[in-house]
Design a protein around this ligand. Structure first.
Ligand SMILES: O=C(O)CCC(=O)C(=O)O
Length: 298
């Protein structure tokens, strides 16, 4: 793409040291306008629904509504694989300025893994518990990058992404607790890292590139402005998935930069396989962290 964004040597070093990088102008003005317009249409459509709706390859709802959703105050919090129902999202996934930076970091051969929209309407209680993306879908190596495109201005008040710099070089933290996959680290791990977190904010059209092992989460949106992210996950072409995609689409595995090599590369790590979600999104898995643990024999 013409307005290619590339990272400087200093930004590349900072990504490998901190586990994330901020890229401005990751989307063109036209791309941003089209993505926003399609999302606004889905929010309007959601008003006539009282439960999550639509269908995906995984036979789970595509449009995930938060528990406090109403026709008057729609709370569409997740769209799974928007690339399957919108040409604008498909085109942006396949070609955007942030992908050039991804190719610099883990390329030159880059595959698409999965995509979603995470939205927090004004005043929405939706929050994301601290987790590492890799713990949702292990691969043969850890060269995966999650790109979070800002479709709205992200501020300190509207529930920005919060990252714990350098944690991609620490352990893989367990996301199973007392036999339940909660898609989140334990409260102890979270509180150990909370003091050293950084909120990633910036204007609509920018993006945060995040290493798959980086610990991150986000708080509720306490402002009167929406916070919408289009999130697209990419992997080095020689990083092969070890479990089914938790957000499958007919585009998974598509080569978006470089070429197919027919090679596999393996790194050394250990983890317990995650639970593939059965609800509309990982929000229902993360909600399990708040449920009381059943007593033995109950
Ligand atoms: O929506 C957010 O703030 C964070 C998204 C995220 O971490 C995820 O969906 O894995």
């Amino acid at each position: 793409m013409s307005n290619s964004r590339t990272l400087t040597e200093a930004q590349i070093a900072s990504f490998w040291s901190d586990g994330y990088a901020f890229v401005s102008d990751a989307l063109t003005t036209t791309q941003l306008a089209e993505l926003r317009s399609d999302f606004e249409g889905w929010v309007e459509e959601s008003r006539i629904h009282s439960d999550s709706y639509g269908d995906t390859l995984a036979n789970r709802p595509r449009f995930d509504l938060a528990p406090d959703h109403t026709a008057e105050e729609p709370r569409l919090r997740r769209v799974a694989s928007p690339i399957e129902v919108s040409d604008a999202y498909l085109d942006a996934m396949r070609d955007n300025a942030a992908l050039n930076a991804v190719a610099q970091l883990i390329g030159p051969n880059v595959e698409f893994n999965n995509s979603k929209i995470n939205a927090k309407q004004p005043g929405s209680a939706t929050h994301v518990k601290f987790h590492q993306d890799f713990m949702f879908q292990p691969h043969t190596n850890e060269d995966l990058i999650t790109v979070l495109f800002f479709l709205d201005d992200v501020t300190l008040d509207n529930g920005p992404l919060v990252v714990a710099p350098g944690t991609h070089r620490e352990s893989l933290f367990d996301h199973w607790h007392d036999g339940v996959y909660t898609g989140a680290v334990s409260p102890e791990v979270e509180s150990e890292h909370l003091e050293d977190t950084v909120a990633v904010h910036g204007p609509a059209g920018s993006a945060c590139l995040m290493h798959t092992r980086l610990l991150h989460g986000s708080a509720p949106n306490l402002s009167d402005q929406p916070r919408t992210l289009f999130i697209s996950e990419y992997r080095a072409e020689d990083s092969k998935p070890l479990q089914e995609n938790h957000i499958p689409s007919r585009y998974q595995g598509e080569v978006v930069r470089g070429q197919r090599t027919n090679r596999v590369r393996c790194s050394s790590y250990e983890m317990e396989f995650p639970e593939v979600p059965s609800g509309a999104s990982f929000f229902s898995q993360q909600a399990k962290a708040d449920e009381p643990v059943p007593s033995p024999g109950a």
